[in-house]
Ligand binder design. Structure first.
Ligand code: GNR
Ligand code: NI
Length: 171
């Protein structure tokens, strides 16, 4: 059990592109477990490795409800191979942009291809909240945040707030 600190904007690592994983070894297995521990502790429904400062293309998710049995998912080198034609608007939040929630429009369905923890290639179709979460997490691997989809006015307001907070913390 290792809960690692979650980076908050404007940390530059949240804007960098993460590197592909070369093989599923013990280091990646430990990373995935630490990411799940960190996500459940937060708590959140997803976490991407750059959010804990590890620039590797690894994502974890669990969309099971509070009273349901946990359904941890680990996605290594994930890629979206298909987007649905319809769009959906849902409210998103991000552990790296704490305490704020905004509505975002995204495709309502995606197909994602990834390597799992056993090294197997998996292709999975998703819709609804899972599709939103997959898109949100994969964006993190490319340095993209959900606030990038907001109007410039709203995004700038969010950025200013966190830039101010970072300056205050730095003294
Ligand atoms: O915990 C999270 N909740 C959430 C809600 C709506 C859309 C996306 C998410 S992901 C977020 C955790 C997080 O920041 N993952 O990167
Ligand atoms: Ni996020």
């Amino acid at each position: 059990m290792a809960v690692r600190p979650i980076l908050v904007i404007p940390d530059a690592r949240l804007r960098a592109v993460a590197d592909p994983v070369q093989g599923v070894d013990d280091e990646i297995k430990t990373l995935a477990q630490d990411m799940l521990d960190t996500m459940y502790d937060a708590p959140g429904i997803g976490l991407a490795a750059p959010q804990i400062g590890v620039m590797k293309r690894v994502v974890v998710m669990d969309l099971a409800g509070e009273d349901e049995k946990p359904e941890p998912m680990v996605l290594i080198n994930p890629e979206i191979t298909k987007f649905g034609d319809e769009m959906q608007v849902t409210e998103e939040g991000c552990l790296s942009i704490p305490e704020l929630f905004y509505e975002v429009e995204r495709p309502n369905a995606v197909t994602v291809k990834y390597t799992d923890l056993d090294g197997n290639e998996v292709e999975k179709a998703a819709e609804g909240k899972l599709a939103v979460c997959i898109q949100h997490e994969l964006d993190h691997l490319d340095g993209v945040l959900y606030i990038d989809y907001l109007s410039r006015l709203k995004r700038d307001r969010v950025l200013k707030k966190f830039e101010k907070a970072a300056k205050r913390a730095a003294g």
